[in-house]
Ligand binder design. Structure first.
Ligand code: NAD
Ligand code: IMJ
Length: 258
């Protein structure tokens, strides 16, 4: 085992199953010696996440629905007493009502807009404000979130999630500026399409996979491990001069206009 993250303690939000991008990042940082805490949304996912976490050394698991501030507070209290500080946080959380992910953005209702923006964008600000004191105790830290090209360009069916990702990406920059003086960095990875629970069943997903394979500079789709390793870079000291950045891990697809 290499030791890039030896002694570092991190909180990972958003593992649902073994295909989750959060899990790919967890594997990368764990392979470098990091100690991890995982949160899961709702008891339905508890067993799944516990089983996965048990395959990594020194990991623990706790519930956290990001729409419930009390649950976020409880996680931070537990980490404060167990670890006394946190070095990094990985936020891989997104949700919009299924009806808002098809048939155009124009029809979006206030409730659906609020849900998508609350879960997928505001939650980063909430967990950042709650984890910052624990990172300060360790002399700084690194916060990482996951975004998608649909936050910058119009992607069919992405709709209100695109608006939420635009808010998330702007949040990364404002949070980076607020937390920089505390030596806390905030960055995002903009990942190419990955076949996870959040992508399965999306109308047109297969077409997007095909388009990336045909048009991206690398002429292929990304592997989850590639997001995992970029995540490792952004939470490690290798990226200590980088904050407020949106790093594309997409085989170069975003640079192409044809
Ligand atoms: P996933 O379904 O494995 O992960 C999404 C996670 O969000 C799940 O673990 C789910 O439990 C969690 N979540 C939803 N609502 C929550 C809530 N209220 N409280 C706590 N957790 C909640 O899918 P994924 O593709 O790994 O998604 C992770 C992140 O990656 C998301 O932000 C997604 O937008 C982003 N992303 C995904 C792709 C892709 O193609 N899969 C591409 C770019 C970015
Ligand atoms: C999601 C919707 C539409 C097009 C999409 C996606 N494309 C990709 C995704 C092309 C790659 C996956 N993605 C980047 C997401 O951020 C997904 C978020 C998401 C997915 C679901 C599906 C099930 C549900 N609600 C969701 N909320 C957010 O009920």
């Amino acid at each position: 085992m290499a030791d890039l993250m030896k002694g570092k303690k991190g909180l990972i939000l958003g593992v649902a199953n073994k295909r989750s991008i959060a899990w790919a990042i967890a594997r990368s940082v764990s392979s470098q010696g990091a100690e991890l805490a995982f949160t899961y949304q709702g008891e339905r996912l508890a067993e799944n996440v516990k089983e996965l976490a048990d395959t990594l050394p020194n990991s623990q698991v706790m519930p956290c629905d990001v729409t419930d501030e009390a649950q976020v507070d409880a996680v931070m209290r537990e980490l404060d007493s167990k670890w006394g500080g946190v070095d990094f946080l990985v936020h891989c959380v997104a949700f919009a009502n299924a009806e808002d992910l098809e048939g155009g953005y124009l029809k979006t209702k206030k409730e659906g807009f609020a849900t998508a923006l609350n879960v997928s964008a505001y939650s980063l600000t909430l967990v950042s404000q709650k984890v910052a004191p624990l990172m300060e105790k360790n002399g700084g830290g690194s916060i990482l979130t996951l975004t998608y090209l649909g936050g910058q360009r119009v992607m069919v069916n992405y709709n209100v999630m695109g608006v939420a990702k635009a808010a998330l990406e702007a949040s990364v920059k404002y949070l980076a500026n607020d937390l920089g003086p505390k030596n806390i960095r905030v960055n995002a990875i903009s990942a190419g399409p990955v076949n996870t629970l959040a992508a399965r069943g999306i109308t047109g997903f297969a077409d997007i996979i095909k388009m990336v394979r045909e048009k991206s500079p690398l002429r292929r789709n990304i592997e989850p491990e590639e997001v995992g390793d970029a995540g490792l870079f952004l939470v490690s000291q290798l990226s200590r001069g980088i904050t407020g950045e949106i790093l594309f891990v997409d085989c170069g697809y975003n640079i192409i206009a044809f």
